[in-house]
Unconditional design. Structure first.
Length: 561
């Protein structure tokens, strides 16, 4: 009798578990590389009329759109590392593009599997180690736009099993791969968690041939600061003393930065986007800027269009299979990106264009349609939110917090965070951005450009910038030294120091760098004076370097003859 009762109880428990499992959402986390909010229809202002993303916009109309979603470090590998671990970079060890996350530390897919989810990772990965998902098919490193190679599971050890999608664009190949997983690999007895990651629209922006005519005859609207930024913007850190570092800080669209610009690089890659007689050395800076901007935006938006059309394919499949409404769908980019504002390229800056991420969630069973939230959420919070929806246990060590209730009610729970933390470590690498950290609230942004590398070297002039986002959304008026803001500034600085400590960015990781951080923290008169000298010195170092490069180039050319 007792045995029989136990069996009945076990059966009842199993049925209850299955019922609960049936109610748990499937989850698709879609992330494009460098797809910035300015180029998502649901967020766009300048590019709105171009209607760049009709498919993604339907997610926004039918779900919740976050206006204040931020990453803690605006480059690929660090952002992805925070999403998979729920930790800030100083905690997960991925300070820059050289970082990696070991399989045992890939917390998000591990917790999903533990909760009974079937897991799959398809597309751009960039965390170097083998993905700890039930199934994976991932690009090596940045991957290729065409003839895309994927690392897959197989007889040989990671990363030696490779398949190639010959003749296909990566966005098509990645979507095909996810659809193939659905058709042949999905275990219908379990809910699924899929990370579906596009390589597009990362630079340099190679679109599928069928998009080459898209926007061909359109003049893309230009941002107000493409040709000129007001004098009120920036500081000695971002402009140099009396603007002497303007050519050297931040890579450019036009020919402003002699080391790296789209005026030169995009023309070399995509000459068909430029007039036949184009020559960056002979055209004025205004002309190179205008032409490079048009070429840039067209290539970028063609890649975006390829992502959006492929998502329509994916969603059509989900609809046909009855999965569209019981799947939680997230759309995001791994950080923001500059689309010509302030004549900048790339990402990395603590300014909103790159710190902000598009973040949209659709799940009609519990998320009301058409809601916008200005709650501050950070990429470290994403895994906790996903696990919360899955009914999974959120690992205690995660720094991020679930915002499931914000998704479902549009309201912030009591005590929800009021500020986002930012830290970019790769001082002056690739795109000439100084080492910097920032605190972002709903109303203000305080950025500290401490301006050195891990060893406290290669110093650029340190400075602080404060923006009042209530009046100055575009961050063009630095009020750090405005006496009217002295109180706000000092309060925010104290809060910033406290926030650093509370999340564990305590200076212990790179003590020589921290020494510089501390030296210029109060930014007194002596610090300001020293910053001017650093500006002069950096200008000289930089000009010497450029002269050397030019000399080598000339010698190389002579040698070839
Ligand atoms: Ca990226």
């Amino acid at each position: 009798m007792k045995k029989k009762l136990t069996a009945i109880l076990a059966l009842a428990a199993a049925l209850a578990f299955n019922a609960q499992a049936a109610e748990r959402p499937n989850i698709i986390f879609i992330m494009s590389d460098d797809h910035t909010a300015q180029a998502v229809g649901a967020y766009a202002t300048l590019l709105k009329d171009l209607n760049p993303t009709p498919t993604i916009d339907t997610l926004a109309k039918e779900g919740i759109t976050f206006d204040n979603a931020f990453n803690g470090n605006a480059i690929c590998t660090p952002s992805r590392a925070s999403i998979i671990t729920g930790l800030y970079n100083h905690k997960n060890g991925v300070f820059d593009l050289g970082g990696r996350i070991k399989p045992a530390d890939q917390t998000l897919p591990l917790a999903m599997r533990k909760a009974g989810y079937q897991t799959a990772m398809i597309g751009k990965w960039h965390l170097k180690e083998e993905p700890n998902y039930d199934y994976y098919k991932v690009l090596p490193g940045q991957g290729k736009y065409f003839n895309t190679e994927f690392r897959v599971q197989g007889d040989k050890p990671w990363p030696k099993n490779v398949v190639t999608h010959k003749g296909q664009h990566s966005s098509d190949a990645i979507t095909d791969s996810t659809l193939e997983w659905f058709r042949t690999k999905r275990d219908k007895t379990k809910p699924f968690f899929i990370s579906h990651h596009y390589k597009a629209p990362h630079d340099y922006f190679e679109n599928a041939e069928r998009y080459q005519s898209y926007l061909k005859d359109v003049t893309i609207p230009e941002p107000a600061t493409l040709y000129d930024t007001p004098k009120t913007w920036g500081s000695i850190a971002t402009r140099g003393h009396n603007d002497e570092l303007t050519p050297h800080i931040g890579t450019s669209i036009g020919s402003r930065n002699p080391r790296r610009s789209y005026a030169v690089d995009l023309f070399n890659r995509f000459p068909e986007e430029f007039p036949a007689d184009y020559d960056p050395a002979k055209f004025s800076e205004v002309e190179t800027t205008r032409l490079a901007y048009q070429a840039y935006l067209k290539k970028y938006l063609r890649c975006v269009k390829g992502v959006d059309d492929n998502l329509k394919r994916l969603f059509d499949y989900l609809k046909a299979e009855g999965l569209y409404d019981n799947t939680l769908i997230v759309y995001t980019g791994d950080q923001g990106f500059w689309l010509g504002e302030k004549d900048f390229q790339d990402k990395r800056w603590a300014y909103d264009e790159s710190q902000r991420m598009p973040f949209i969630v659709r799940y009609p069973k519990s998320i009301p349609a058409g809601v916008r939230s200005d709650a501050i959420i950070e990429n470290v919070d994403y895994p906790a939110m996903l696990l919360d929806f899955a009914g999974a246990e959120i690992p205690a060590g995660m720094q991020g917090k679930s915002f499931r209730s914000i998704c479902e009610t549009g309201k912030e729970p009591e005590g929800w965070k009021k500020a986002a933390y930012y830290r970019y470590w790769m001082h002056m690498a690739h795109h000439d951005n100084p080492g910097e950290m920032a605190i972002r609230t709903k109303t203000h942004k305080l950025i500290y450009f401490y301006g050195c590398d891990y060893k406290g070297q290669n110093q650029t002039p340190p400075a602080w910038e404060l923006y009042d986002l209530r009046k100055d959304k575009a961050e063009l008026n630095n009020v750090y030294d405005d006496p009217k803001y002295a109180k706000v500034r000092d309060r925010l600085k104290k809060r910033f120091a406290k926030l650093r400590k509370s999340i564990g960015d305590d200076g212990s990781h790179y003590p020589e760098c921290e020494k510089v951080v501390q030296e210029f923290w109060d930014y007194d008169e002596a610090d300001r004076k020293k910053a001017i000298q650093i500006s002069h010195d950096f200008k000289k170092t930089r000009e010497d370097m450029l002269a050397n490069v030019a000399k080598k180039k000339a010698k190389g050319k002579g040698g070839k003859k």
